[in-house]
Write a protein that binds this ligand. Structure first.
Ligand SMILES: C[S@@+](CC[C@H](N)C(=O)[O-])C[C@H]1O[C@@H](n2cnc3c(N)ncnc32)[C@H](O)[C@@H]1O
Length: 202
């Protein structure tokens, strides 16, 4: 029987050698610099701007759509970035099964799908089991940044975080740190929507 041919990774794409084992974060970039993960990185504009701003840190985007993941990789390659890669996979799987405990410095979840219909709420990423996985994967002083334009999803996340209790909310204003707007944020603000943001530390 003919063996299945594996797709070759793009230049700035990270493909684990074994999708069923924990990765060694060192293997992603070949160094042990702090690592930030952007779940659902979309067109990668936030990820790339962060990687350009912080060359001493590593940035991994996670995106389930192959076309988007390829575009992000090509943008990072064109920008000559060695600290920016994309992993084409499902967000929760990456946090739950691939990253080892205490390995991520900062996790970004920006403008995720709000799943507004009540029957779809169980698809929302921010739930207690996700928060447990996130807590385990964060380093001892790791951080979690969340943004949404959706008021009801914002309330949902506030309630989930209150119930979870193990991450400590921080005050986050626009000048707290460099934090470029994402592609979706720019689109939504242009439509007159306002953003809600939350920042937590372990
Ligand atoms: C609304 S867009 C936001 C993109 C980007 N964060 C921004 O703010 O511009 C959501 C992105 O997350 C991706 N996505 C949705 N669910 C995902 C999942 N479970 N795992 C990985 N990516 C996911 C989508 O394909 C899409 O690119």
């Amino acid at each position: 029987m003919e063996a299945t041919k594996q797709r070759q990774p793009e230049a700035c794409e990270y493909m684990p050698s074994d999708y069923f084992d924990r990765i060694n974060p060192h293997d992603i970039f070949g160094n042990d610099a702090p690592i930030e993960v952007d779940l659902g990185c979309g067109d990668g504009s936030f990820l790339i701007a962060m990687a350009q701003q912080y060359p001493e840190r590593n940035f991994l985007g996670v995106e389930r759509l192959l076309g988007r993941a390829k575009k992000v990789s090509r943008k990072a390659e064109r920008a000559g970035l060695t600290n920016c890669k994309v992993l084409r996979l499902e967000s929760k799987y990456v946090i739950e099964y691939l990253f080892p405990p205490k390995s991520i410095d900062r996790l970004h979840l920006l403008c995720p799908d709000p799943w507004p219909k009540a029957r779809h709420h169980r698809r929302r990423l921010v739930q207690q089991d996700f928060l447990e996985c996130l807590y385990t994967a964060l380093k001892y002083d790791g951080e979690f940044c969340f943004k949404t334009d959706h008021p009801e999803y914002y309330e949902w996340v506030c309630e989930e975080m209150d119930q979870f209790k193990k991450l400590n909310q921080q005050e986050w204003t626009d000048d707290t740190f460099f934090y470029p707007k994402t592609d979706f944020q720019i689109q939504w603000e242009a439509e007159g929507k306002s953003m809600h943001q939350l920042w937590y530390k372990k």
